[in-house]
Ligand binder design. Sequence first.
Ligand SMILES: Cc1cc2nc3c(=O)[nH]c(=O)nc-3n(C[C@H](O)[C@H](O)[C@H](O)COP(=O)(O)O)c2cc1C
Length: 437
Amino acid sequence: MADIRSNFVGIKSPNPFWLASAPPTDKAYNVIRAFQAGWGGVVWKTLGEEGPPVVNVNGPRYGAIYGADRRLLGLNNIELITDRELQTNLREIKQVKKDWPDRAIVVSLMVPCEEESWKAILPVVEETGADGIELNFGCPHGMSERGMGSAVGQVPEYVEMVVRWCKANTRMPVITKLTPNITDIRKPARAAHAGGTDAVSLINTINSITSVDLDNFAPQPTIDGKGTHGGYCGPAVKPIAMSMVSEIARDAETQGLPISGIGGITTWRDAAEFMALGAGNVQVCTAVMTYGFKIVQEMISGLSNWMDEKGHKNLDHIVGRAVPNVTDWQFLNLNYITKARIDQDLCIKCGRCYIACEDTSHQAIANTIDGQRGFEVIDAECVACNLCVDVCPVEGCITMEELQPGAVDERTGKVVEADYANWTTHPNNPMAKVAAE
Ligand SMILES: Cc1cc2nc3c(=O)[nH]c(=O)nc-3n(C[C@H](O)[C@H](O)[C@H](O)COP(=O)(O)O)c2cc1C
């Protein structure tokens, strides 16, 4: 049986599935039920400093983007950090950690960008027995206007400075949560690394407006006629999050820096993909807000079964395994040729592949076969773009077939070369020439 126990920056948990800092982790009642369901750890909903209470809006706080079957694909929120009292949260964290010693409890924090504020909160969190802290430099709304959250995460110098303060004032492991609302994610990651962070976690939510009410011309969710940008998350953000995780994982300056992967994770497969791209563990929010705590059971059994099937003994066997295969465009092998193939037994003759190809730019699908309605690839025009596969409603009906060395590419008339391996230095590779000059 595969061993899915996790040790992330010294924080142990029975599995790599943690709940991200958000409403499902905002109180003992929730966290206890999450642990009962099987979650390996939680990042407690972000705490702020002691003082006037945080006040949330009382109109709608969420907006959504749906797929055609009304499955929730993206979620937008305008909530703030916890609006519960600091002392209440600390008391509950201490009790839950005492009752669930084998589970990870990390406390998310966001206080003003002054050393005194961090110095004040760190010892009281440490006193709860929590396993670590996560610095919330990510929330894009509400708190950023007050100089916190993404207002810090967008300035690498601030990130480094605050991480340094935390490392100097606590013995707890520090995880720095990054905002995706930045052009180059490597910059804040490098800054956090320079400040001595034990790990980074990403992504927090993406600035977004999900919809506009066209009767009153106000963004939704609408609060008394007005709306504001919120933070976007859920399955729709997974590709963006995975790209950012991989950029940090393969950056020479942050190589080896532990990463907690977050963003759209709903199934064990999503989690395994993040881990393959370098995440040591994963955190989940929207999927639990949508389907409930028990989805972790599918994640645990799915990951274990897949690892058993593939002979991966523990998480070290999968973490980062895809990183060497993430490369820059210029290193992609231009000698590698594929062509689309339509399985005539599976084809329902809807014609979507034909329309997409015809009206895009390649005109590489014929719409008649022997004078009858039917769809067939014209190899001499097919550039293997994959659009027909992407739009086909029947899974597995259209596939891409690799031309073997020696075959002639009918489009270019060139013989497919066997020499795939040395593409980086191949004379046909324009970037190799540039590098040589
Ligand atoms: C309603 C809501 C509240 C959130 N509150 C916090 C928060 O207090 N602190 C934080 O670091 N992230 C917060 N997040 C962001 C999540 O922790 C997570 O980074 C993000 O939702 C992406 O993961 P997902 O796609 O699994 O939802 C919140 C997200 C949602 C939807």
